[in-house]
Write a protein that binds this ligand. Structure first.
Ligand code: ZN
Length: 310
């Protein structure tokens, strides 16, 4: 769970559920375009800084499936429309659909909607957060994240499941959920995508990590000017696309297997348990599973300190 959007957009009314469209507009929540061997998948809720609701999650999955199935596609780019890549999971936009059932794809957990307590949270997050992220990481074609502006909390998970990350100079990365008493987002890759001591600072402070710092610690591959982000990502994708499909699939799998041998797979499972201990603790002791921290409260805390982790 994560802060998502400008609270001025309101959060009290429910949008009519439409799996292909955002509650606030008729534009698709995810756009899919192919140009030559490169498929570009664009999150398209810019008015909510691409806050990820379930509709977007399953639309992303449809797009990745289309890219996997299309023999013309060699490389997939994941981008965000507007000024920000993704500000995290949707915890308050009019299109929030956490209580809406969707056909599940990541595993065999039952639907969470008619369940209560920790069972409800665990079933839901096993499917839409941990399960879907793992599924996407296994897409057997290279994925390149193209990141500008905010890449916060749930947004990190989307960038991290990609194989390469190109960031613009204005991009920043943060996981502020420790403020909710939660030890990081559901896909706990932190100590694998950055050195452990840097991961601790990132979590303990919740501060923004600049694109330059993210590059320095090896979390992103390239940092480019904002107006060069799309073209640079495309050039890199075109270059990768010159390699043979099977070679790319096996090279990707080889490195993913190495990460798993270094503990990523079991690390994700064990911290997912701690994450749910935190949600349960919050539900027992505070106002709600997010420790009483809504979007406005998270923003106020961040604004009060304004720290930047270089
Ligand atoms: Zn959670």
């Amino acid at each position: 769970m994560a802060p998502d959007h400008d609270p001025d957009h309101g959060s009290d009314h429910d949008a009519e559920h439409d799996p292909d469209h955002d509650g606030a507009s008729r534009d698709p929540v995810v756009r899919y375009e192919r140009r030559g061997p490169v498929a570009t998948v664009t999150m398209n809720r810019p008015e909510y800084r691409n806050a990820q609701n379930s509709a977007m999650t399953y639309a992303l999955d449809d797009a990745f499936r289309a890219a996997a199935d299309d023999d013309e596609v060699k490389v997939v780019v994941l981008a965000g429309a507007g000024g920000h890549f993704s500000a995290g999971h949707d915890i308050g936009s009019p299109g929030r659909d956490a209580d809406v059932p969707f056909a599940r794809r990541a595993g065999l957990w039952w639907d969470h909607c008619d369940k209560a307590g920790a069972e409800r949270r665990f079933a839901r997050e096993s499917e839409v957060y941990l399960g879907m992220c793992r599924r996407w990481r296994e897409l057997p074609k290279p994925m390149i994240a193209s990141v500008q502006g905010a890449c916060v909390a749930g947004g990190l998970m989307l960038a991290w499941v990609c194989d390469l990350i190109v960031a613009s100079e204005d991009a920043f990365f943060a996981d502020p959920v420790v403020r909710m008493g939660i030890p990081g987002v559901e896909y706990f890759a932190h100590p694998w995508v950055m050195p452990p001591r840097v991961a601790k600072e990132f979590l303990f402070t919740g501060d923004r990590m600049s694109a330059r710092r993210a590059h320095e610690v090896g979390m992103v591959n390239r940092v480019v000017a904002r107006d060069r982000l799309a073209s640079h990502t495309e050039e890199l994708a075109d270059r990768v696309a010159q390699m043979p499909r099977m070679g790319l699939a096996l090279a990707k799998r080889a490195v993913n297997q190495a990460e798993d041998l270094q503990g990523l797979h079991s690390g994700l499972d064990s911290v997912f348990g701690l994450h749910h201990l935190a949600h349960a603790h919050n539900a027992e002791t505070a106002a709600d599973p997010l420790g009483g921290m809504d979007v406005a409260a998270m923003k106020a805390r961040a604004a009060g300190r304004g720290g930047t982790h270089r």
